[in-house]
Design a protein. Structure first.
Ligand code: FDA
Length: 387
């Protein structure tokens, strides 16, 4: 005899915990399963241990998806202010760091404890540290792990960072129940450099505020050179838009107005180009870029045309990444279970009554900066009130 529940949720991460709490507090009997012994492992290490739990700038166009309008409904019905109200109700101190990003003053553990307390309030049964086996659907119920329920919520995320417990189970279940999957790819991930760009690896550890661009996407934040290529927030952001073969363009001097090198020449013709670059960039970077610009000597000896060309190059330095650091290092997975298969109101599968998909398992991926957790909370709430 299987144990009877109203809903079984697979994955005790951000989305699964919040969905379970929501449904449980509505009086639903909920079973929450995870193969990790500890719930919310990604929450615990997120935001450098302080969890960037939401972003006040949450708007739908800061999310990537093959269904560009899909996230609107859930995001509008559960906003950053709603989650903040919950954080405050639990007495968790928080601060805004930059760009609308909200973090705990203390530790990410407070967010996990809050979610567990909310689950306890809803009488949610947690079963952790056991592999979650295959699910079956018969007689209008989902059966797995000796339990059955008319609703099954897939909240087991994407394959990014397997060492934290990530797996492809969400996609296996999707395929089993006939839902299409948009090809998953690593996102918010460092990019690797090869070819001529390899020379930049000597700058490993150097960071600078830049504007990084890929196609129409542009982010003004810090970039960091690494021993494998490029990282830092600006690069992680563009990586979500990057495809193999695309160049990534970097403006190393986004803060200066066009014509700045000509002006510098008129103001101080005896200055060397490299020292002018050094006024705007870290020394090692100024040196490396100066070497590659192939202009030596004083500004006064350079033609305005050559300086304009140098300016152009500095503001559109094209790198050709040869790959990314992959799922092992990707903060999130872009792609996932197709939004075309789901109701944007409830996250329910259109073709399979009772099946729901939430969080990172869905083909909705946020920018860096608290957007992915906001999607986890909003999609979890949408399903939690519907199961
Ligand atoms: P999540 O990955 O949280 O949970 C999935 C759960 O399913 C896990 O508990 C896992 O163990 C379980 N599971 C997986 N496979 C299973 C299987 N086969 N059987 C049973 N259980 C299984 N976002 C943000 O907004 N702000 C931030 O500060 C950060 N910081 C950050 C840092 C790092 C290092 C990473 C890797 C990621 C972030 N993120 C982030 C992204 C954020 O962590 C992510 O978007 C959410 O955790 C997604 O929530 P989900 O609940 O969908 O998946």
């Amino acid at each position: 005899m299987s144990q009877l529940y109203d809903a079984i949720i697979i994955g005790a991460g951000a989305a699964g915990l919040f969905c379970a709490a929501t449904a449980g507090q509505r009086g639903r009997r909920v079973l929450l399963l995870d193969h990790n012994a500890e719930p919310g492992r990604k929450i615990l290490i997120s935001g450098g241990g302080r969890c960037n739990f939401t972003n006040l700038g949450t708007v739908p166009d800061r999310f990537l998806s093959a269904g560009p309008h899909f996230a609107k409904s859930a995001l509008a019905r559960y906003t950053p202010h709603d989650f903040l109200a919950l954080i405050e109700a639990h007495g968790i101190a928080w601060h805004e760091k930059t760009l609308g990003q909200l973090f705990c003053d203390g530790s990410a553990r407070q967010v996990v404890d809050m979610l567990l307390a909310e689950c306890a309030k809803g009488g949610v049964e947690l079963r952790l540290g056991q592999p979650v086996g295959p699910a079956e659907h018969r007689d209008g119920r989902f059966h797995l792990e000796g339990a059955s329920a008319p609703a099954l919520v897939i909240a087991c995320g994407g394959p990014s960072i397997p060492k934290l417990g990530a797996s492809g189970l969400a996609y296996e279940l999707a395929r089993q129940f006939g839902l299409k999957v948009v090809e998953p790819r690593p996102a918010l991930v460092p990019l690797t450099l090869g070819g001529d760009d390899v020379l930049f690896r000597e700058l490993s550890g150097v960071a600078a505020p830049v504007e990084a661009r890929c196609g129409k996407a542009a982010f003004r934040e810090a970039a960091l050179f690494t021993h494998r290529g490029l990282s830092g927030p600006a690069i992680l952001q563009v990586s979500s838009y990057w495809k193999r073969g695309d160049p990534v363009e970097i403006d190393f001097v986004p803060q200066v107005a066009s014509g700045w090198l000509g002006q510098a020449k008129r103001a101080a013709p005896k200055k060397a180009l490299r020292s002018v670059l050094g006024e705007h960039l870290p020394d090692r970077l100024a040196q490396a870029l100066g070497d590659r610009l192939d202009l030596s000597g004083d500004l006064g000896n350079m033609t305005d045309k050559a300086l304009a060309a140098a300016e152009q190059r500095l503001s559109r330095w094209a790198f050709m990444p040869n790959g990314s650091e992959g799922f092992a290092k990707a903060e999130v997975t872009a792609g996932g279970i197709s939004t075309a298969e789901l109701s944007s109101q409830t996250m329910a599968a259109r073709k399979m009554p009772g099946l729901f998909v939430i969080g990172e398992a869905v083909d909705v991926t946020g920018w860096l900066g608290g957007y992915n957790f906001q999607w986890a909370w909003a999609s979890a709430r949408a399903a939690g009130v519907a199961v």
